[in-house]
Design a protein around this ligand. Sequence first.
Ligand SMILES: C[S@@+](CC[C@H](N)C(=O)[O-])C[C@H]1O[C@@H](n2cnc3c(N)ncnc32)[C@H](O)[C@@H]1O
Length: 251
Amino acid sequence: MVPNKDSLDDMFKNPEIRANYVQNMFSEIAPKYDLVNRVMTFGLDIRWRNLVASAAVRSDANLIIDTGTGSGDLALECSKMGAKNVVGLDFAQPMLVNARSKSKKNNFPNVDFAAADATSLPLPDSIADAWTGAFVLRNIPKLDTALQEAYRVLKPGGRLITLDAARLQPSTLVQRIAAPGVRFHFNKLVPLIGKILSGHENAYSYLPVSAEKFFSPNEFSARLRVNGFTVVRVFEFVFGTVMMHIAIKEQ
Ligand SMILES: C[S@@+](CC[C@H](N)C(=O)[O-])C[C@H]1O[C@@H](n2cnc3c(N)ncnc32)[C@H](O)[C@@H]1O
């Protein structure tokens, strides 16, 4: 359990403890994960995953790896958009149970789900046409290792598409005006709504803290470049609180 902000700050200093906390937390909130997502984003999360999938699915693409797939929505969206093969990977088993049950219920024969850690993918080099990750990388203490794994499994010319909560750094006038409301929603309402709906004491207090300790869109682009990627597009949603990056492993 992580009861307060000081303990959360301490946890961020210890990669092993944090990775463990993340794995347990997502396992515990798995039954209510989709519901909380829909409510706290007013359903916008569906639209964002749809954009990630449309950037990942290409007519000549054979395999998409969705890392930190959770309850599988992005992997299934890729399949709906015509992906030939999709593999969803996650290290929280209860999340995978949800993903498999959705896939079975709606008959997605070309989507497989398996347990794996994003920092050590059980895949050969240069096998994937696209690597996707929605709201995942912010949760990984060894971020560079996860990005290097993505780079390794991508074919030359393959695409990495990430979606995540951004560290709030209001740059436009509109973003500055919206910032107090956005902070109130993220720091106060999200933890409260999350606690009521999921029954989990602190999972949704972790969320704003993890976003604050993550990157702004520009900082994250720099991190992708350090790990060998060429950043081709960056999108910002909801006053800069959510960011999407499309990057390429050059030929
Ligand atoms: C916020 S959820 C996002 C799930 C899904 N991508 C979505 O869009 O709803 C983060 C997911 O990443 C998984 N995760 C976090 N760190 C991971 C790691 N190192 N390896 C594999 N999965 C990880 C968690 O178990 C959780 O299911």
